[in-house]
Design a protein around this ligand. Structure first.
Ligand SMILES: C[S@@+](CC[C@H](N)C(=O)[O-])C[C@H]1O[C@@H](n2cnc3c(N)ncnc32)[C@H](O)[C@@H]1O
Length: 363
């Protein structure tokens, strides 16, 4: 095994947000399930990358994968990818699209099958999904609101062709001046744009302008830094030495945040833009199926699946930017990370990431 790269020194975290928002959340307590004797015995010895022994995912991946595709096939969804957009850190190919759809799936489970939290009205006419990705949220919301016109925008034309008649997609860079008319949309939805936006105030101000008075804007973001509440992520963990520093360093190098929650960027943007009735809902999404609560355990199976499905796609460009394209050790580091992610539960490691929803009404 090659040496792991030395963790780059991380820039200091910015100040915690002091949101003016009403905080709502009904997440079950995130605590680990007791380990079975078998799991405890299947301790990781670091010697076999592909062994099923100690591999938490080996038995569950197939059923998870087939069930999500069964669901998606029933809904008639297909995907295609066109070209890679060089301004954004993940590819836009099939592999990455799969991970985006798995992400949509676990976020939907997290919200108890709801697509959003904002208390929008039933007779919405126009909905905008900014940075729509595969368009999966826009399609689902189009199904739920057949009388609304739903527009999904993205840098990349990766959305399916066969979609509900009230859903359409456009290529648009959300960090540029929006060309939409003011007071235009009943609901503007933005999700998982971390790493894509350098000026969150400007983005949210544009959403405010284009939202109808009385309409709602909702932002959902994830901090990619992994934490544990029980100190089970150790100093020598690949999460500590590679994963977490990678995103801190990348944020600093690009001037684009991957820690939108920690920096309170959603809250600040909503406050500055002038929204009222601002609410925030915070969740801890477990990485791996280690949680005692069955719903959180299921979510954890999907989060780790989304990651392992395309670790390359998530980390290749960040590695090149942070460590340099020709710096050796990338493949070995990734193999090590993959092994760690596949054995979190059996090794008693309990990481999670934070997800925050902020939504507010335009007066
Ligand atoms: C992690 S994906 C999330 C997709 C979708 N919002 C979801 O939650 O399923 C981020 C998406 O943002 C898009 N994106 C990145 N930068 C963008 C920009 N400047 N303007 C519009 N879309 C952008 C990417 O192409 C990608 O499809």
């Amino acid at each position: 095994m090659a040496d792991q790269p030395t963790a780059p020194s991380a820039p200091g975290p910015s100040t915690s947000p002091q949101p003016a928002a009403t905080v709502v959340s009904n997440q079950p307590q995130l605590v680990p399930a007791p380990q079975t004797e078998e799991e405890a015995e299947d301790d990781f010895d670091g010697s076999d990358a592909d062994s099923a022994l100690g591999d938490d995912l080996a038995s569950s991946t197939n059923s998870i994968t087939s069930s999500i595709y069964e669901y998606r096939t029933i809904r008639g969804r297909t995907y295609h990818s066109e070209k890679h957009d060089s301004q954004y850190f993940t590819p836009n190919d099939e592999q990455q699209m799969q991970s985006q759809d798995i992400t949509h799936h676990y976020l939907t489970i997290m919200l108890d099958d709801k697509l959003f939290l904002a208390p929008v009205k039933d007779d919405m006419e126009k909905i905008l999904d900014v940075g729509t990705g595969t368009g999966i949220w826009a399609i689902d919301v189009g199904d739920q609101f057949p009388n609304a016109e739903v527009t999904g925008t993205d840098l990349s034309p990766t959305q399916p062709v066969w979609v509900p008649p009230n859903v359409r997609f456009e290529i648009d860079d959300c960090t540029k001046e929006w060309t939409w008319a003011s007071d235009n949309f009943d609901f503007i939805h933005m999700r998982y744009l971390f790493g894509a936006v350098s000026d969150w105030d400007a983005l949210i101000a544009q959403a405010y302008r284009c939202c109808k008075p009385g309409g709602w804007v909702q932002s959902c973001e994830c901090d990619v830094i992994m934490s544990s509440d029980d100190d089970t992520i150790k100093e020598d963990s690949i999460i500590t030495t590679f994963w977490n520093p990678l995103w801190r360093e990348l944020s600093s190098k690009l001037g684009i945040s991957f820690m939108v929650i920690q920096e309170g960027l959603q809250n600040k943007g909503f406050e500055k833009a002038g929204f009222v009735d601002v609410h925030e809902a915070n969740y801890k999404i477990p990485i791996g199926g280690w949680a005692r609560d069955p719903k959180l355990a299921e979510i954890g199976e999907y989060t780790v699946l989304a990651m392992i499905n395309d670790l390359d796609g998530y980390t290749m460009v960040p590695w090149n930017i942070v460590h340099g394209e020709n710096t050796p050790g990338y493949r070995e580091t990734l193999a090590f990370l993959r092994r760690e992610l596949r054995t979190l539960k059996s090794r008693g490691i309990h990481p999670y990431m934070k997800v925050r929803y902020v939504y507010g009404r335009k007066p």
